[in-house]
Design a binder for this molecule. Structure first.
Ligand code: URA
Length: 428
């Protein structure tokens, strides 16, 4: 077999045969298929698409390029969540201990942020002492002791995807639904979860800007999960406005702890509880039966918070230590009185990034204390001259760009506000 034959087949709109897919992924991972050949193939896939059978096989081949974890020896079922990423999306932090407190085990491999959306590991690393890198044995021990683990994916999981994603990033081929679906699912299937809930975001702050593309991505991923024997369900959720009232690493940890303590913003609580119920159902657990708690009860009675503290301690963190704060703060005042009718997720994410919460290149450090506090959410009343945002940064030189990113990010009007539901659809 050779790469040119595979590229020509896809270029001409043919369905790739399973043996062609297996060969090209394996040969690319070993360096036998050149980067320029894989970039031509990725572009042909971008333009021609893939059938369900091709996407499933592509995912299988990427999965086979590395190790696959197995937690089937645990005394409870495993279930996990993947979010396609959004602004203020800290849901993994309250969700993992909540689901663990209800009776399932959550092996959560997470990433770092790049660009305007934050990464779960960056948020957790703002907790003094907390460690993201665990060996597989350490991961297994934390999972079996606490019911949850959130850590960095090791280099051994789906190495073909790591190589291909870096190539897609510089060849204009990231935005291909089959390639995105295969990339995400190869990593999630490699982590060995028995059930998976996908939070596919739609809106300005998300990868998928409109609900129809989010649905198509969700359907493709749910199909891949089913083809691999992992019960997979997707919620399509709104990312036109940020989640919660805090955007930034330590700011989002503090907000997550509020949710785990039975408080916190209504949207973060709603999504945490909805995803937790889906994760339990996908794992075959029913609240009220065999000691399985309902997620809302686990948040209210302190059991989710207790698991959070154990989970943080198990990875070297001190859950009671003060979180880092930015050296400087500035307020942005509301220019008029009325109802906040729009607050754009992408622009708030960009502001947090300019303030130092995110990184431009993979090797950059993030500022743990930097970010944006939102004093109003869409539908709430604001008064002229009162704070609309608090900007947090270590370096005051960053305030100007942060504030500029927020110009035009919101509307204040006299008119009433039609709230957009948080959960837009469910795909199973
Ligand atoms: N996230 C991934 O892991 N892969 C993609 O292709 C896009 C987003």
């Amino acid at each position: 077999m050779d790469a040119i034959e595979v590229i020509r087949a896809k270029r001409d709109g043919q369905e790739l045969r399973p043996e062609q897919i297996d060969w090209v992924i394996d040969a690319y991972t070993r360096g036998e298929v050149a980067e320029e050949q894989m970039s031509a193939l990725a572009m042909a896939i971008f333009l021609r698409g893939m059938t369900r059978a091709e996407v499933s096989r592509w995912t299988e081949a990427m999965l086979a390029s590395g190790e696959r974890l197995d937690f089937s020896e645990l005394d409870r079922p495993t279930t996990d969540k993947h979010s396609t990423g959004g602004v203020g999306d800290k849901i993994t932090l309250p969700l993992t201990p909540t689901v663990a407190a209800c009776g399932a085990a959550v092996p959560q491999l997470s990433g770092r942020g790049l660009g305007h959306t934050g990464g779960t590991l960056d948020k957790l690393e703002s907790i003094p002492g907390w460690r993201a890198s665990l060996s597989t044995d350490e991961m297994r021990a934390v999972l079996s002791d606490t019911g949850g683990v959130i850590c960095a994916a090791g280099g051994g999981l789906a190495p073909a995807d790591r190589k291909l994603y870096a190539l897609r990033d510089v060849t204009g081929t990231v935005e291909s639904i089959p390639l995105i679906a295969a990339s995400i699912m190869s990593k999630k299937l490699a982590e060995g979860t028995g059930a998976l809930v996908l939070d596919v975001k739609a809106g300005s702050g998300a990868f998928m800007k409109d609900v129809d593309s989010a649905r198509e991505l969700a359907r493709t991923m749910v199909g891949i999960g089913a083809d691999h024997g992992v019960r997979t369900v997707a919620l399509i959720t709104d990312m036109s406005t940020p989640l919660g009232r805090q955007v930034g690493n330590a700011l989002e940890v503090a907000e997550s702890v509020e949710v785990l303590s039975g408080g916190g913003p209504a949207d973060v609580v709603e999504l945490t509880v909805a995803l937790a119920r889906e994760m339990l159902a996908a794992a075959g657990l029913t609240p009220g039966e065999n000691g399985v708690k309902d997620p809302a009860e686990a948040l209210a009675d302190g059991s989710a918070l207790a698991v959070w503290k154990r989970l943080v301690r198990a990875q070297g963190g001190d859950p009671d230590a003060p979180l880092p704060q930015a050296a400087e703060r500035r307020e942005v005042l509301a220019p008029a009185s009325g109802t906040l009718t729009r607050l754009d997720a992408y622009q708030v994410g960009l502001a947090a990034w300019h303030l130092g919460a995110g990184r431009t290149r993979k090797e950059d450090a993030v500022s743990f204390g930097a970010g944006v506090t939102l004093h109003a959410k869409p539908g709430e009343r604001v008064r002229a001259g009162e704070p609309l945002f608090t900007l947090h940064a270590d370096d005051p030189a960053r305030f100007e760009r942060g504030a500029r990113a927020l110009e035009g990010a919101f509307d204040i009007a006299d008119a009433g506000h039609e709230p957009r539901p948080l959960i837009l659809d469910r795909i199973a």
